[in-house]
Design a protein around this ligand. Structure first.
Ligand SMILES: [Zn+2]
Ligand SMILES: [Zn+2]
Length: 335
């Protein structure tokens, strides 16, 4: 009992002390500084007013924020118990490596003579691009597939945004993203080791991909905040600004299904879901459903599961109907 509490406690602490995690204190600090500077320079606040605006009690202590905190803690416990059943990137990498060895089109060690820096830089870049693209694809699917949207509502039901909102996800969505992450890491590692040999290395700062550190260090946490930092339009066409992700959370119908990207906005442009940030004040949530969905923290966990059960029941009934139609006596008894 004490042992698992210890593990959960160190997992919780790692969320804030590990630079691989979005909520690392260094990233939170840099986001606070960027927000304050932006409010002072662009919005012409005094330093005191900027700090008061950033730490607005109505945002940080809202009911929605309390749900963020509750789900953050509950999810850490759930994932502690789920950990043994999760697929690891090592298992996937081994499988892909075996498959690559069996094919005869691409020769083993094709780029072995490329040199350390070429191998490391291309690995780091491809890894970052593949990771960002698959996040876009999964996020796109979470919105477009009704059964998945039921679970993604958990994230979108937030009415105020703080950095902790990033962790406000239903465990089923967490499982989908964990599988995605294992797949991306497994495929990239196996592919690069097959092509470049053992010289493959990730270019890192504090043990984290340099592109990821840059993204988080430059205020990724402001995506979930009330500080609507906008980039110049030319930049927003390449990189997703905090205000663009906030637009993704807007409950105005005009903004539905826009800006699925995480770091890069080029995927949204390629798939027709791109939207520039807007200067208007946005309201967040899932419209009329918000009140019922967020009635309690338990309803947020339970309602998506109930919706899925009902969908499955409908599918089963639809499949069962032709059989019952084929047996008239059975129909006569049951209808
Ligand atoms: Zn979304
Ligand atoms: Zn979000």
């Amino acid at each position: 009992m004490i042992e698992w509490l210890d593990i959960i406690w160190s997992d919780l602490a790692s969320q804030f002390f590990n630079p691989k995690k979005r909520l690392f204190l260094g990233y939170l600090l840099s986001a606070s500084v960027i927000a304050t500077v932006w409010l002072c320079l662009i919005k012409r606040h005094s330093i005191g007013s900027a700090i008061r605006t950033f730490f607005d009690r109505k945002v940080w202590f809202s009911r929605s924020s309390r749900h963020d905190l509750a789900s953050f803690l509950i999810n850490r416990v759930i994932f502690f118990w789920l950990r043994p059943v999760l697929l690891t990137q090592l298992a996937i990498a081994t499988l892909i490596f075996e498959l690559l060895h069996q094919q005869t089109v691409i020769p083993l060690g094709l780029f072995e003579g490329a040199g350390y820096w070429t191998a490391a830089l291309s690995f780091t870049l491809v890894f970052f691009l593949f990771d960002d693209f698959t996040r876009f694809v999964v996020h796109f699917a979470l919105h477009r597939i009704p059964a998945l949207w039921d679970f993604h509502k958990f994230h979108h039901s937030a009415e105020t945004l703080t950095p902790l909102t990033v962790t406000r996800t239903h465990p089923v969505e967490g499982l989908v993203f964990t599988a995605r992450s294992a797949l991306v890491q497994g495929v990239t590692i196996a592919g690069f080791v097959f092509l470049f040999g053992n010289q493959v290395d990730l270019l890192t700062i504090f043990g984290v991909n340099i592109f990821v550190v840059t993204f988080h260090g430059l205020g990724s946490n402001l995506r979930h905040s009330h500080i609507a930092i906008r980039y110049p339009q030319a930049v927003e066409r390449l990189l997703m600004s905090p205000a663009q992700h906030q637009l993704h959370h807007s409950q105005s119908e005009r903004h539905y299904d826009r800006n699925f990207g995480v770091t890069l906005s080029v995927w949204d442009r390629m798939f027709g879901s791109f939207h520039h940030s807007v200067s208007e004040t946005l309201s967040f949530g899932i419209g009329k459903e918000t009140a019922r969905f967020t009635g309690s923290i338990w309803s947020m966990y339970w309602l998506p599961v109930r919706s899925l059960a009902r969908r499955l029941a409908r599918v089963c009934l639809a499949n069962a109907r032709p059989i019952t139609r084929a047996i008239p006596s059975f129909r006569a008894r049951n209808y």
